[in-house]
Ligand binder design. Structure first.
Ligand code: NAD
Length: 495
């Protein structure tokens, strides 16, 4: 059986005491094994990153940028190979895997502008003969811990900026689909990145806690579920590290009575069932304003759902693939089967759909008359289940969204510019779409939610990542003539 290797100081390393299975979710077959790094193995990766740090931070900015231009080219040239790896281990359809790669490439393009991004500021003559300038310097070794659902995009969210800023990285990808990160490390090496600047270790909680406790690790970027994000944040900040920990989501899409209902139905079906709902920006709650809006939307959604083709992601006809594991499928199905007992109305029951073979497939579900207090509403499901929470007014819709513990993304569908503008002001969510159901910001902006969707101050990738992955230093300088020297015990004043 294939063993997915760690990459430490440019070398492929295997031979761990513990390991886990990697499945092809479309067939249910175990296709590889991944070793779980113990503390000693993670220590080797941290040592490799520490050793590579002085050389990399001293590498000229133009030379550093060259690596990203080459990496971009390699990602484009090898995208089909990479997408095949993603589809095989994650299950998302091939076109969606290509989409994920193209969004990750945006982060590489942003990083390639590092000469501009790392510019400091300069003020001449703040006092007679005194100038001040600021510089951005790397923080040091960065730990990057990523979830299963975007096996290449999320590692690129972190590694591109962190490395561009002169840091070295230990990446701990999801153990469920680890091969894309190994592929990325190989591409980085081919693009000219020196050994040890990007290390990849696989594993579970033991590997992660070793990273969180290591004094050499200065910053931690984490993306995953909210309970883990919260615990990572508290442990790593208690250890004095800089941390950004992005968590789960429950994204609402509000549909106003004046919206184009066909466009809204297309959008909500695409955004809730795409990637089998395993996207942190998936729409999981539809909020029609007024019963007439709801009653007009539901048949339109049902009509579109009936045409969805669910199957192996390598089949170009498939629009939606399986879930990541059999356990996750059972958990997602439990929300649907429990919804009726909670008083909701299961309009489409995907758990009843049957599939040939042993893949982790689940049909899509639509659950109407969902309210806060029901498990199907309160918890992140992370599967192809769309809840409908009917409200009577715009104000009720906003209050519903603002009361939710998660605040990653949201969207409003309307033809009224005034309502859309007011929504931007009123809504307390990190990423907002206006007639755009999945408002993932382009690579030149930063990504992040509010409340339980993000622990820490800095959003990820884009301009906020440059701030997160650098420390600023301010230098005040004066070049006096020898004859000017004098002692003055007063506090330095610029007046
Ligand atoms: P997860 O929290 O189970 O795992 C994320 C990472 O943490 C993995 O590398 C995993 O190995 C590690 N981990 C798991 N248990 C741990 C523990 N006890 N201690 C330390 N580390 C541990 O998340 P997942 O199931 O891989 O991914 C899905 C989740 O990620 C969803 O909740 C989704 O909303 C979220 N997500 C959020 C965003 C965002 O930008 N906010 C993006 C993608 C995914």
């Amino acid at each position: 059986m294939t063993v997915v290797p760690h990459i430490i100081a440019g070398r492929e390393v295997t031979g761990d005491l513990r390991s886990g299975p990697v499945f092809n979710p479309a067939t249910g077959e175990r296709i590889a094994s991944v070793g779980f790094a113990d503390a000693a193995r993670v220590g080797e990766a941290i040592a490799a990153a520490s050793a590579a740090l002085p050389g990399w931070r001293e590498t000229g900015l133009i030379k550093r940028a060259d690596v990203f231009f080459r990496l971009r080219q390699l990602l484009v040239e090898r995208s089909k190979e990479l997408a095949a790896i993603i589809t095989t281990e994650h299950g998302k359809v091939f076109s969606d895997a290509l989409g994920e790669i193209s969004r990750g490439i945006e982060n590489v393009e942003f990083a390639a502008g590092l000469v501009h991004l790392l510019k400091g500021e300069y003020s001449e003559q703040v006092s007679r003969g005194v100038d001040v300038h600021s510089v951005k310097q790397p923080v040091g070794v960065v730990a990057a811990i990523t979830p299963f659902n975007f096996p290449i995009m999320v590692p690129l969210w972190m590694t591109a900026s962190a490395i561009a800023c002169g840091n070295t990285v230990v990446l701990k990808p999801s153990e469920k689909d680890p091969s894309a990160s190994v592929f990325l490390a190989r591409l980085f090496a081919e693009a000219g990145l020196p050994d040890g600047v990007l290390n990849v270790v696989h594993g579970d909680a033991e590997a992660v806690t070793t990273l969180l406790d290591a004094p050499e690790v200065r910053a931690v970027s984490f993306v995953g579920s909210t309970p883990i994000a919260r615990s990572i944040y508290s442990r790593a900040t208690a250890n004095g590290k800089r941390v950004q920990a992005l968590g789960g989501a429950k994204n609402h899409m509000i549909v106003m009575p004046d919206a184009d209902l066909d466009a809204a139905a297309d959008a909500v079906v695409s955004a809730s069932y795409g990637a089998a709902g395993e996207r942190c920006m998936a729409i999981s709650v539809l909020v029609p304003v007024g019963d007439a809006t709801a009653d007009a939307l539901l048949p339109r959604i049902a009509e579109r759902v009936a045409r969805l083709r669910i199957g192996d992601g390598t089949d170009p006809a498939s629009e939606m693939g399986p879930l990541i594991t059999a356990e996750h499928r059972a958990k997602v199905a439990s929300y649907v089967t429990g919804a009726a007992a909670e008083g909701a109305d299961v309009v489409i029951d995907g758990t009843a759909q049957e599939f040939a073979g042993d893949g982790f497939f689940l049909g899509v579900s639509l659950v109407d008359k969902v309210r806060p207090g029901m498990r199907v509403y309160d918890e992140e499901i992370f599967g192809p289940v769309l809840s409908v929470a009917r409200v009577g007014s715009y104000a009720e819709a906003v209050a519903l969204v603002n009361a939710n513990r998660y605040a990653n993304g949201t969207a409003i569908f309307t033809r009224d510019g005034g309502t859309a503008r007011q929504f931007e002001v009123d809504i307390e969510v990190g990423m907002v779409g206006v007639n755009v159901p999945i408002p993932v910001p382009v690579g030149a902006f930063s990504f992040g939610g509010w409340r339980d969707s993000l622990f820490g101050d800095a959003h990820i990738y884009g301009p906020e990542s440059v701030h997160f992955y650098t420390r600023s230093k301010v230098v005040t300088s004066r070049w006096p003539e020898p004859s000017e020297s004098q002692v003055d015990l007063g506090f330095p004043s610029n007046h």
